[in-house]
Design a binder for this molecule. Structure first.
Ligand code: PLP
Length: 297
C-alpha cells in the first residue's frame, strides 16, 4: 500500500475566523512516520471521536458537503464542539491535492475529543492513494447476514448508544468482517434483532425492485450514507423511483439486484446472500460506477 500522507490540523472552534495566514496556516503536513497523536488522546484511549472517509478522484474529494453534514451531525450526537467546516474544507483541499491524479484515493478525517483534561479537540487527515484494482465492482461479493443485536427502533429506545454517529469505535465493525470471512463470505449485512436489513460494517445497502431503488431508512440505528445519497440523485435523473423504508431480510433474496455502497469502493453488486445466489444487475452496476467515477465534487 502506498504510504499515507498525514496532515495535522490545529482545530479551530466553529465560529472562529481564519487567522492572518488563512486556514492554510493551520494545516501542517507531517513528516513520514512522525508521531502526531499523544498517548492520552481520547481517540486513542476510548475511540472517543468521529471520522469521515471520502473518495478522491483527480485530486478532488467527493461529496464533501454530504460528508461535512454527517461529520457535524456525528459531532453533535457525541456532544463534541462543532467542527469549523471552512477550516476542514481548506484542509481537505490541501490533502486532496497531495494525492496523485492517475488513480483513485481516499481521505480519512479524524476529529477527536482531544487529550484528556485539555478540553480541546484534536484532528488530522490521512490521504492515501489507492492501489486497489476495485475488482469488487465487477466480481461482486458474497455476503452473510449477521445479527446486530438490537431492534430497529434503537434510536428511540437507546439514543445514548449513538446510532447514526460515525464514531471512531469501529472495533465491532472490523470484528464483523472477520466473522464474515470465517463463514466464507466477503462481507456482512447486519440485521436488526427483529429481522430488518440495516447496513454493512462499512457500507450502505441498496436494492433494486423493478424500477425502484430502495435503501433501509436511516432512523433504524444506521449511518446515512453519502454514496447512497449520490445514487438516489442519479436514479432520479435516470427516471428510477427511490424509496427509503423498512427492508425485510427476505427482500435481499427476491430483489432485482442488491449492492453495498461506500465512498471509496463505490457500488459492489452482491452475488450471494447466506450461500444463496441472487439476481445480479450488471448493467446498472456499470452505470452506477461510471457515474460515480465521473463526479468531480
Ligand atoms: N455504513 C457504515 C457503517 C459505514 O461505515 C459507511 C462508510 O464507511 C457507510 C455506511 C457508507 O457511507 P458512505 O457512502 O458515506 O461512505
Amino acid at each position: 500500500m502506498p504510504e499515507p500522507i498525514v496532515f495535522v490540523v490545529d482545530v479551530a472552534p466553529a465560529d472562529a475566523s481564519p487567522p492572518a495566514g488563512g486556514w492554510e496556516s493551520t494545516v501542517r503536513r507531517a513528516a513520514s512516520g512522525e508521531p502526531i497523536v499523544r498517548g492520552t488522546d481520547l481517540a486513542a484511549t476510548r475511540g472517543d471521536g468521529v471520522f469521515e472517509t471520502l473518495g478522491v478522484l483527480d485530486g478532488c474529494p467527493q461529496a464533501v458537503d454530504a460528508h461535512f453534514w454527517r461529520l457535524a451531525n456525528s459531532a453533535e450526537l457525541l456532544e463534541l464542539p462543532a467542527p469549523n467546516l471552512e477550516q476542514w474544507r481548506v484542509a481537505m483541499r490541501i490533502a486532496g491535492s497531495a494525492l496523485p491524479t492517475d488513480r483513485q484515493g481516499g481521505i480519512k478525517l479524524v476529529l477527536s475529543r482531544g487529550v484528556e483534561g485539555e478540553e480541546r479537540s484534536t484532528g488530522w487527515l490521512i490521504a492515501t492513494a489507492s492501489d486497489d484494482d476495485f475488482a469488487n465492482r465487477t466480481e461482486g461479493w458474497k455476503v452473510v447476514t449477521l445479527d446486530r443485536g438490537y431492534r430497529h427502533d434503537l434510536s428511540e429506545r437507546a439514543p445514548w448508544l449513538l446510532p447514526g454517529a460515525k464514531t471512531l469505535s469501529y472495533a465491532v465493525n472490523m470484528a464483523t468482517l472477520r466473522e464474515a470471512a470465517r463463514r466464507g463470505a466477503d462481507n456482512a449485512v447486519y440485521l436488526s434483532s427483529d429481522g430488518y436489513v440495516m447496513e454493512a460494517p462499512q457500507s450502505s445497502v441498496l436494492l433494486r425492485r423493478g424500477d425502484t431503488l430502495v435503501t433501509p431508512k436511516t432512523d433504524i440505528g444506521i449511518l446515512p450514507g453519502t454514496t447512497q445519497l449520490s445514487v438516489f440523485a442519479l436514479a432520479s435523473q435516470w427516471g428510477l423511483a427511490t424509496e427509503d423504508r423498512l427492508v425485510q431480510a427476505s427482500d435481499l433474496l427476491d430483489s432485482d439486484g442488491v449492492w453495498l455502497l461506500s465512498s471509496v469502493k463505490l457500488a459492489t453488486p452482491i452475488t450471494e446472500v447466506d450461500g444463496k445466489p441472487i439476481a445480479v444487475d450488471r448493467e446498472l452496476t456499470e452505470r452506477l460506477n461510471a457515474a460515480l467515477l465521473a463526479r468531480r465534487e
